[in-house]
Write a protein that binds this ligand. Structure first.
Ligand code: DSN
Length: 423
């Protein structure tokens, strides 16, 4: 195998050691954080390209600095491919990540003081959907909807409608970072039309699943805007994006909010990597990959159900599972995360709906299948991983058993090496 990071090794040993350490960690451990994935070598080449040298404030054909023939070409490609992939008329590919994409969407579409109706964080929403700790809540008013039934994951659409009729939000926001079921997008659109709100879906977690048609596209139900990251199920570089289904006035306002409103020069190396990832996501093999993500999550669900572990939403219809390990196994989310790390399985502790425990030591763990599916895991191996997880939690005080389980994880990793190409 070609030796990696040769120049860094020669010139900067401290950084080299960190890079090699992370290479090893990713190869020898199982990554189950549902928002993480492995990118292709092609995406990494774009990220490491000369485009990192260039300032390109503005948009293709309308930049503030010279020398833009190649940056324009690459950003146009990224926009065209994003639009084709998601059925959008317009795209802004400059947001640096998901949080900046949501900020730009809010500032583009709202006036200070306006109201946004989004999903409660503890019921699966996201910090950027108006959690009180975020600065954006000083500018806009955020109100919440929740699940009606935590055991099925059903959203309380009646309450959502009543709240919308009473509070007259300007945006109704669908989307989540810890919710395992599909949303009834039509209901959001119906309620939004009744109150004159714009519909926005933050699909950061499921963008790849939508691109691969493994789950529904909110645009098909009439959503106006989608915000997303590009590095989760979509398997691209760390970055963000905003898509507009058809309203030209919306994209004009969003473009102004991204630049010059909130950001400076776009990261053109990153935009090139987004273009590469969108190209990869157009391949038929990508659709198969996204179907397999769902099959693997279902396989893990089966094991957790057989062992009577409570799953918020009752299981999964997407790539992730949120398990109430404290309620079912008497082990807190933090302890579960730590002990799973010891055997080489990375998950994250996560609050469950209306959690009585604290965010830094909640009741749940959140895990998912995008990264392991990239490594070629199928249903049987996924079940094995779920069994190892539960075995580890059960024997968390037994050092010998944990050593054996660590070995099993390593064997699984060695038989499923991280690939570097997907086309
Ligand atoms: N940190 C991401 C996640 O893990 O879901 C979202 O911001």
């Amino acid at each position: 195998m070609e030796k990696k990071y040769q120049r860094i090794e020669k010139e900067d040993s401290a950084v080299y050691e960190a890079l090699i350490g992370e290479e090893q960690r990713e190869a020898d451990g199982l990554e189950l954080i549902p928002s993480e994935n492995y990118v292709s070598q092609a995406v990494r080449e774009a990220l490491g390209s000369v485009l990192t040298n260039k300032y390109s404030e503005g948009y293709p054909g309308a930049r503030y600095y010279g020398g833009q023939e190649f940056t324009d070409a690459v950003e146009r490609l990224a926009i065209e491919r994003a639009c084709a992939l998601f059925g959008a008329k317009f795209a802004n590919v400059q947001p640096l990540s998901g949080a900046p994409a949501n900020l730009a969407m809010y500032f583009g579409l709202l006036t200070p003081g306006d109201t946004v109706l989004g999903m409660d964080l503890s019921h699966g929403g996201h910090l950027t959907h108006g959690h009180p700790v975020t600065e954006i809540t000083k500018v806009f008013k955020f109100i919440r909807y929740k699940m009606k039934n935590v055991e099925t994951g059903e959203i309380d659409y009646d309450e959502l409608r009543e709240t919308a009729l009473r509070e007259k939000p300007k945006i109704i926001l669908a989307g989540f970072s810890a919710y395992s079921r599909e949303l009834a997008y039509e209901k959001f659109v119906e309620i939004a039309r009744e109150v004159g709100a714009i519909t926005v879906a933050d699909m950061a977690h499921i963008a790849g699943l939508i691109a691969g048609k493994a789950v529904r596209n909110p645009f098909d139900a009439g959503f106006d805007v989608i915000t997303t990251t590009t590095h989760k199920t979509l398997r691209g570089p760390r970055g963000g994006m905003i898509l507009v289904r058809e309203n030209e006035a919306f994209i004009k306002k969003i473009n102004k909010a991204v630049f010059p409103g909130l950001q400076g020069g776009p990261h053109m190396n990153n935009i090139a990597a987004k273009a590469v990832c969108f190209h990869e996501a157009q391949e038929p093999s990508f659709a198969q990959y996204t179907q397999q993500i769902l099959k693997n999550a279902k396989a893990m669900e089966t094991v957790f159900r057989e062992k009577n572990v409570r799953m918020i939403g009752g299981g999964t219809s997407n790539h992730l599972i949120l398990a109430d390990v404290f309620g079912s196994l008497g082990v807190s989310g933090k302890e579960a995360q730590t002990v799973l790390d010891e055997v080489g399985i990375t998950v994250n502790m996560n609050a469950i709906a209306d959690d009585v425990r604290k965010p830094l030591d909640p009741s749940g763990i959140r895990f998912g299948t995008p990264a392991m599916t990239t490594r070629g895991f199928k249903e049987e191996a996924s079940k094995k991983v779920a069994e190892i997880m539960l075995d580890t939690l059960k024997h968390r005080h037994n050092e010998n058993r944990k050593k054996e389980l660590r070995k099993e994880v390593q064997d699984l990793c060695r038989s499923h090496p991280v690939p570097d190409s997907f086309v």
